[in-house]
Design a protein around this ligand. Structure first.
Ligand code: FMN
Length: 219
């Protein structure tokens, strides 16, 4: 039989394949507030933007081995608020430090010396060093078994570092923005090698390919 049946794979092998195949994945460095108002930060690469109307992002939150939630998950459940920061080349090493399993109550932000700035629509502070920060409020959280949760957040506000967004045209300047993506395991990619593809209408496709519109009549 061709293909690899996921039903016959153990979860670890599925993880290795899925994370090796679906690349690069953007990285959300997420800040939350704990019950003592300490700022927690952790990276998540099961992450993406999902829609613009409403503006939604998704996070794939894995629970710990004993099925208790990670600090990020616990904090979002309590307050419903979080900030997603995009990770650029300059922030890569600090992002990785934020994935260290600091004991609950220890702030990764304090430990790594990251400076924070106040948010506007939520109480959770944002990271000054990030190129982009998205203030988010939990929209819905879906549990998939005892160990996994999909969290959907609504983006309330975007903060951009100076020089990254042309506010007239709402364009992001990719000569300045240097996001990284996660490949597999400890491997990451820059986005320096880009190329453009123009999206055509069907009429343009017909003109270019020399094909003729079907007449609808059988010959
Ligand atoms: C690049 C990167 C991506 C990660 N992506 C995820 C992810 O998508 N989901 C997840 O549960 N953990 C992910 N982790 C692991 C968490 O960041 C790690 O468990 C962290 O310690 C959780 O912190 P917290 O307990 O403060 O929330 C990732 C780690 C790294 C370095």
């Amino acid at each position: 039989m061709s293909g690899i049946s996921f039903r016959e794979l153990d979860p670890h092998d599925r993880y290795k394949l899925l994370c090796g195949v679906v690349v690069p994945r953007p990285i959300a460095l997420v800040t939350t507030l704990d019950e003592n108002n300490k700022v927690n930060a952790a990276p998540f690469s099961f992450f993406n933007v999902f829609s613009e109307d409403p503006p939604l992002v998704v996070l794939g939150l894995q629970h710990k081995a004993d099925h208790s939630p990670k600090d990020t998950t616990r904090n979002i459940h309590r307050s419903g608020e979080f900030v997603v920061h995009m990770v650029d080349e300059a922030l890569a090493t600090t992002m990785n430090d934020c994935a260290i399993d600091f004991p609950s109550g220890n702030s990764e932000v304090e430990a790594t010396g990251l400076a924070t700035l106040p948010s506007v629509d939520i109480a959770v502070p944002r990271l000054a060093a990030a190129p982009f920060a998205l203030e988010c409020r939990q929209h819905v959280a879906l549990a998939f078994g005892p160990g996994r949760e999909l969290l959907v957040g609504e983006v309330l506000r975007l903060h951009a570092r100076d020089g990254l967004v042309d506010r007239e045209r709402m364009y992001v300047d990719f000569d300045v923005y240097r996001p990284i993506g996660r490949l597999f395991g400890n491997l990451y990619a820059t986005q320096r090698d880009t190329f453009a593809l123009t999206r055509e209408s069907h009429a343009q496709w017909l003109a270019r390919s020399g094909a003729r519109e079907p007449s609808g009549e059988s010959q």
